[in-house]
Design a protein around this ligand. Structure first.
Ligand code: CA
Length: 615
């Protein structure tokens, strides 16, 4: 793919004098007219190109920022007020024109700036593209990439790709999903373990084993045509050692340099150090600046050129592929001020967009610290600007609450305790909720009975926030963290042409798989249009005898959830709730999928859940 792009750039070079310098990269490869981010910074890469100056034909010289490496040019171009079209960049050496390059300022899609990001009306489906479906076996290995597909290796590439997802959009739509978050699909040319995509080797190219940039834009378009959104997994914290810029750094400080090989120094993963008043300074330093792993150089978001590169790259993908949101990997590992500027710049460009940060903390206060306008952050004069944060405490409760030996403080009461911390968050509807993801043991592995899944999914789908589910769990797939991350990322059955059956087809699923699917579909399809869940007030009752009851209330709309975490049936007198809700004669019973009478006393079976609603 590199050679093709080089060829394209060379074709664009129109000059009289012999070419002394070769342009290998221009980032971003194009921009758009009418952007909020109109102060464009072009990064141009080629042998010895740093000695040149540049101007836009008919518009004047571009301001150059000197960097250490002579193979780079950083050029500032104020595009404000410029019309869409082709502009000619003229490169000169000692005042003499050497060559020129055409550069596009494209026209934006109408209303691009006002795009609506994912929100609490959505259900997000997390896909690991290498493991979901192999829509194109011809791209399983390429001449430009090291690692070849081998399904026998748990941590190898398995060949799944963007076409596999596009081909299965109907399945997602039928399930009731309204947004897809897929783990990274940018070029990752690591020699091992490249399937997860978190070690980027080119931030402007989709990995050819997943498809092309055009395929990625097609995925967004196909999802949009089916009423679904696309969330890009963006990694601001690090790239891979194989990234072409890492192999020839513009300047030493592009990444955080330590004394190890390639400048490596390990992070301590102690994310609390960035606000802990008692933290030793060296711990805070390592948390933000240490590398996630030795193969992932840590980017220096404090440096304005690095930060601007990451901002422009993120905006480029939103505009190019027509995205609906970002999930930002390892958010608190980046430098706090730099990350805040990054988030701010994207939200300024797209005020209705959404960004969720991976805020992996067990304490609600620590998660809340990062959310925009957080009262917790304000204690230290910090406003993280991040619209959405991941509710890891909810996730941790989900991994413990379905024990068959519940107690006073263990069981469904753990959800009750999580929600008691909601006063810490400026916007609870923007909490990103999940019971599992690609980094955790699957819920069905921990609690391998359908009743636990039904209760957990019910709570996930009716609690405040933006729920996310993980591919395959809707058919009961298993995955054990203790066996390695690869086990959490098993192939979806049927995604490969050689698979014996295709589990997206009801007639090829087992009875057990169909039962999981039916429960999931019932909840997702019903949730779609239930505004009381999307933005209603929560009122919950302290669990009694392991029965947890809560309401979502929005004007005359309501939802009532009764979950019984005990091992015996329980009867609940609905009069108990008359202070917030009047029991109607009849209601919509979600799992029965019909309107039925509501008795004065409701019996919930052992380890079961009932959901009633106004509709
Ligand atoms: Ca493939």
């Amino acid at each position: 793919m590199k050679s093709l792009r080089l060829l394209y750039i060379l074709i664009l070079i129109t000059l009289g004098a012999p070419v002394q310098a070769q342009i290998k990269e221009i980032n971003p490869p194009n921009w758009w007219a009418g952007m909020e981010h109109s102060s464009l910074q072009l990064m141009i890469y080629g042998p010895g190109i740093g000695s040149l100056t540049a101007e836009v034909q008919g518009k004047g010289p571009l301001q150059k920022t000197e960097v250490e490496n002579p193979n780079y040019l950083f050029l500032d171009w104020d595009t404000q007020g410029l019309a869409a079209g082709t502009y000619t960049l003229i490169f000169k050496e000692a005042g003499v024109q050497k060559f020129s390059v055409d550069y596009q300022l494209q026209a934006r899609k109408p209303s691009s700036a006002l795009r609506q990001g994912f929100d609490s009306s959505d259900v997000v489906y997390l896909i690991m593209p290498d493991r979901f479906a192999n829509g194109d076996p011809n791209n399983d290995q390429t001449n430009q990439t090291f690692e070849q597909a081998n399904r026998d290796k748990i941590d190898g590439r398995h060949g799944g790709d963007l076409k596999g997802i596009i081909d299965r959009v109907d399945y997602l739509k039928d399930l009731g999903v309204t947004a897809v978050w897929n783990t990274p699909v940018l070029a990752d040319n690591d020699r091992r373990g490249s399937y997860h995509g978190y070690a980027c080797s080119d931030a402007y190219q989709i990995d050819p084993r997943f498809g092309t940039n055009e395929d990625y834009a097609l995925l967004a378009k196909t999802l949009h045509q089916n009423g679904m959104k696309l969330i890009k997994d963006y990694v601001t914290n690090h790239w891979g050692l194989e990234h072409w810029m890492i192999k020839d750094l513009p300047f030493k400080d592009w990444i955080h340099q330590f004394s190890g090989e390639n400048g490596y120094g390990q992070t301590n993963y102690r994310l609390s150090t960035v606000f802990d008043p008692n933290a030793a300074p060296s711990d805070t330093y390592l948390s933000e600046k240490g590398w996630f792993v030795p193969s992932m150089p840590d980017l220096n978001q404090s440096h304005p050129l690095v930060l601007n590169y990451l901002i422009q790259n993120a905006i480029w993908w939103v505009e190019y592929a027509d995205l609906d949101g970002f999930r930002v990997d390892t958010y608190p590992y980046g430098e706090k001020e730099g990350m805040t500027r990054w988030t701010e710049a994207i939200m300024k460009e797209y005020p209705n967009f959404n960004i969720v940060g991976e805020t992996w903390y067990s304490q609600a206060a620590h998660v809340a610290y990062w959310q925009k306008d957080s009262p917790v952050g304000a204690i230290q004069g910090f406003n993280g600007q991040l619209p959405s944060v991941m509710d890891f405490p909810f996730h941790m409760a989900a991994h413990e609450a379905f024990t068959d030996q519940p107690s006073w403080n263990k069981g469904l009461v753990q959800f009750y305790d999580v929600l008691a911390n909601d006063f810490l968050y400026p916007n609870v509807n923007q909490l990103f909720l999940f019971i599992e993801n690609h980094d955790t043991t699957r819920f069905n592995q921990l609690f391998p009975d359908h009743s636990a899944y039904k209760m957990a999914l019910s709570i996930l789908m009716t609690t405040r926030g933006i729920p996310q589910i993980y591919y395959g769990s809707e058919i009961g797939m298993l995955g054990d963290k203790s066996k390695g991350d690869g086990d959490l990322r098993r192939d979806f059955p049927g995604g490969w042409p050689s698979d014996s059956r295709d589990a997206v087809r009801p007639d090829q699923r087992t009875d057990a798989e169909n039962k999981y699917f039916h429960t999931t579909r019932t909840l997702l399809q019903w949730r779609k249009n239930n505004e009381a869940i999307h933005r209603g007030k929560t009122v919950h009752y302290a669990p009694v005898d392991q029965v947890y009851v809560y309401f979502r209330l929005l004007e005359d709309q309501w939802v009532m959830v009764l979950a019984n975490g005990s091992n015996s049936p329980k009867s609940i007198d609905l009069q108990k709730f008359k202070e917030v809700w009047t029991a109607p004669k009849e209601a919509y019973w979600v799992f029965d999928q019909k309107t039925n009478p509501v008795p004065k006393t409701l019996t919930v079976q052992a380890r079961d859940v009932i959901i009633l609603s106004h509709r």
